[in-house]
Design a protein around this ligand. Structure first.
Ligand SMILES: Cc1cc2nc3c(=O)[nH]c(=O)nc-3n(C[C@H](O)[C@H](O)[C@H](O)COP(=O)(O)OP(=O)(O)OC[C@H]3O[C@@H](n4cnc5c(N)ncnc54)[C@H](O)[C@@H]3O)c2cc1C
Length: 507
């Protein structure tokens, strides 16, 4: 067909699901395009994820109790034979080596669960039973044992349980960006700011309409996250529904040193109260309830949920204070209505060339196994899968000046003096890192922030914001007034003040 972009496989959505599938597919001699409507990979549900990678332990047990309100009868659903559980087991083993190949930061953490009264103790025993069923080991601690590990924890505790290292953590957006970069390196074409607006089934494939022109493809993989139902509807093959719940998180200044590991209160159905240290050392509160929401874009933060989160945090660590908050955000979790405990990873019943990859929480945790499953399904559906001999599994991360040993830092600055100019003082991000992020595809302030951490510190862009705008404008060769926060209409500067004054100011 003339005048169309053509490909064999079109992946819609560059969250952790779509990017993992793209990377898996890039091991084969297959033409593939990864389409994303936003300005960068990992900016949908993925961006708000806690990035816990787990397949057991207290993170999983707490999550099962908490989500039990979503199931008929309120039972805690743990099914060791479910595909989701199998994929979690399979995937967690792969994360350490994958993280090494892709140079993604990954940490291993202990989680403590605390009891303040007899009711809490009963819930710890429930968590213990779930852990036993999952084959993960926990240890009981008395009050002194807990205070030794966490000296600032509430004095009301009577006992606690701990697991050892069943919880890995990544920054989920980092994971998605790394997978996308490696997929690109191995031949997948990434098209950002490209939204699918219609799909027409054809003989042997589809014609996909986007805001940047049509694409002819033999197969579609629908990894549209909270929009996976809409994407399937466009192709006339939707046989599942999605529901969303939102919750608000807080990030505290990384100078607040009141916590050493992840700590939760005894789990309760529908209620979560967890504090954790992020990879960069900030305390994150995960203490807001899940509220149903119909619009996945409804991420407005509200003071009442900030108050709710701080109150929840203080139940565990009383000295935590509102003045420590540097930012807050809302995450929207997506569940399918067909089976709230499973993913929809299948060939559509309505069209054998349309594959759904609608993943539920924990979605980051299952990315390697889920991606392999989808690629296997593609092979079963008739796509010729010949492995590439030159697949390169490695990806180099952007050098982090603040973490380099002195000698390496000096060498880097000698090669490119821009690595010696610190732009973001809170997170110690250099101009060289920002320029490299732009070279790799960052087009917006948010793109730079998620790739480098510029603007993520205490001052929240107060100092580095204008400098980042300037560098984006210079490197992209666009006026600073055209730079956006996150694509679309989100311009940061509306006018140059001199031009505004000369034109008589705002009317
Ligand atoms: C607060 C919170 C905490 C979580 N914690 C964890 C955790 O600790 N561990 C864990 O494993 N999981 C966790 N999850 C779940 C995990 O984040 C998700 O399961 C996973 O990120 C889903 O990724 P995805 O790629 O399927 O969806 P998304 O990240 O939403 O990606 C879908 C992409 O498709 C794009 N898209 C949609 N429609 C179109 C279209 N028409 N055209 C082009 N592009 C389109 C979107 O822009 C989006 O980028 C958490 C989620 C939340 C919200």
């Amino acid at each position: 067909m003339e005048g169309f972009t053509e490909t064999q496989v079109l992946i819609i959505g560059a969250g952790t699901t779509g990017t993992a599938i793209a990377r898996e597919l890039s091991k084969y001699k297959v033409d593939a395009i990864l389409l994303e409507k936003r300005e960068d990979a990992g900016m949908g549900e993925t961006k708000a994820s806690h990035g816990f990678i787990y397949s057991g332990g207290l993170t999983a047990a707490g999550s099962l109790v908490m989500k039990s309100v979503m199931l008929p009868g309120g039972q805690t659903a743990f099914n060791p034979r479910s595909r989701k559980t199998q994929m979690e087991h399979e995937s967690i083993k792969e994360f350490p080596s994958l993280a090494k190949e892709l140079e993604v930061e990954l940490t291993r953490d202990r989680r403590l669960m605390l009891a303040r009264d007899e009711d809490d103790l009963k819930m710890l025993k429930v968590a213990e039973r779930i852990c036993e069923a999952m084959g993960t080991k926990i240890t009981w601690l008395d009050r002194e044992g807990i205070l030794e590990l966490e000296p600032h924890v509430t004095k009301n505790i009577i006992a606690g349980i701990a697991d050892e290292g069943y919880q890995l953590s990544v920054y989920s957006w980092d994971w998605a960006i790394a997978l996308a970069e490696n997929a690109q390196r191995n031949g997948v074409k990434l098209m950002l700011l490209t939204e699918v607006i219609g799909i027409k089934p054809l003989d042997g494939g589809f014609l996909v309409y986007t805001n940047r022109g049509p694409i002819r493809t033999e197969y579609i993989i629908n990894a549209g996250g909270p929009y996976a139902d809409k994407v399937a509807q466009m192709a006339g093959v939707c046989d599942f529904g999605l529901t969303c719940t939102r919750s608000q998180m807080l990030i505290l200044d990384n100078r607040v040193s009141l916590l050493n590991q992840s700590v939760s209160l005894a789990p309760k159905p529908g209620k979560v109260r967890t504090l954790r240290r992020t990879i960069s050392g900030n305390i994150q509160t995960i203490c807001s309830e899940y509220y149903p929401v119909s619009d996945p874009e409804d991420t407005t933060t509200l003071l009442k949920w900030t108050d709710e989160s701080i109150a929840g945090a203080q139940e565990m660590i009383p000295p935590i204070s509102k003045k420590d908050i540097i930012t807050s955000y809302v995450g929207v979790r997506v569940f399918n209505t067909r089976d709230p405990e499973e993913d929809i990873l299948e060939v559509s019943k309505g069209n054998p060339r349309f594959l759904n990859a609608a993943i539920r929480l924990p979605g980051v945790s299952v990315t390697p196994a889920a991606a392999r499953h989808i690629v296997d399904l593609l092979g079963n559906q008739g796509l010729e899968m010949v492995t590439k001999s030159d697949f390169d599994p490695r990806r180099k991360r952007i050098p982090k000046v603040s973490e380099l040993p002195d000698e390496e830092r000096k060498r880097l600055i000698a090669q490119d003096p821009r690595y010696g100019h610190i732009v973001c003082r809170c997170e110690e991000v250099s101009e060289g890192e920002i320029v490299e992020a732009i070279r790799r595809g960052a087009r917006t302030v948010a793109g730079v922030k998620y790739r480098t951490r510029a603007g993520m510190g205490r001052c929240q862009r107060g100092f580095c914001g204008p400098r980042v705008l300037e560098i984006l404008g210079r490197e992209l060769d666009i006026p600073m007034t055209a730079v956006t926060q996150m694509g679309g209409l989100s311009r940061v500067l509306l006018h140059r003040s001199k031009e505004l004054l000369e034109s008589g100011g705002l009317t």
